[in-house]
Write a protein that binds this ligand. Structure first.
Ligand code: ZN
Ligand code: ZN
Length: 241
């Protein structure tokens, strides 16, 4: 019993998990601060804020957002305490592997997300009604990233964290930097997707394209563009709109 426990404890890298948490918070804050030094992005933020405040005044927004936030916080917390410490390490790794691991995690997650979004969220069963809450936003802005039924919030986060844990079980624990990078990209892309961005010129063309693709998806339940990280799987499987 004590042997079993000490083996488990030796794989529980809580310091590395805490470093992930600190890194995610720091990079998100610094990244946002830097991004909104750019006047064009600051202008877009104001446009989103104006629209968001109108939506927030509608009675349907606050309760859905609150429930979604609570479920999201609980799911993340449970993962950070119970699973992440087994999936992350400080052991030195070359920059090439750190980047490659991050790409693998994001691409595997995006594949699972694509399948769930296309065949389950947009399928014929009960999950379609859950996902329809999020699709009420025909012209999404920043706030709509959080206008998600709590069950869908749980499924979405669990898909990402589950992919990470599954890959760690197969490939071994990932470097702290890999986990920070994938976590920040996952959360930020899910938010950026929904913001209104109208900057069709260099260097914002890519950003405008990303948001336009997800906005097309929101127009009704029958449009494509099911993936979130890249639209590679939509291109491969013929659902790119
Ligand atoms: Zn959808
Ligand atoms: Zn959406």
């Amino acid at each position: 019993m004590s042997d079993w426990f000490s083996t488990l404890a030796s794989h529980y890298h809580w310091q590395a998990a805490l470093a992930v948490l600190a890194g995610v918070v720091l990079i998100t804050k610094v990244g946002q601060w830097l991004a909104f030094r750019v006047p064009a992005l600051q202008r877009m933020r104001e446009v989103n804020r104006d629209e968001d405040s109108k939506k927030k005044a509608l009675p349907k927004y606050p309760p859905v957002m609150k429930a979604s936030r609570n479920i999201g916080a609980f799911t993340n917390l449970a993962f950070f305490v119970l699973i992440l410490p087994f999936c992350v390490t400080f052991t030195a790794e070359s920059i090439g592997w750190i980047v490659l691991d991050a790409v693998i995690i994001l691409m595997v997650y995006d594949f699972f997300y694509y399948l769930c979004h296309r065949f389950w969220f947009h399928g014929k069963g009960w999950m379609r009604r859950i996902h329809a809450v999020h699709h009420q936003a025909r012209k999404p802005t920043h706030i709509d990233a959080y206008y998600v039924h709590p069950v869908e919030t749980f499924v979405g986060i669990a898909l990402f964290l589950g992919s990470l844990a599954l890959l760690a079980a197969v490939l071994g624990p990932f470097h702290v930097a890999t986990v920070i990078a994938t976590y920040v990209i996952f959360t930020q892309l899910n938010i950026i997707n929904h913001t209104f961005v109208d900057l069709p010129y260099f260097p914002f063309r890519g950003l405008s394209w990303i948001t336009a693709k997800h906005h097309v998806h929101h127009e009704n339940m029958h449009r494509g563009n099911y993936a979130t990280i890249t639209l590679l799987y939509d291109k491969l499987f013929g659902t790119l709109d």
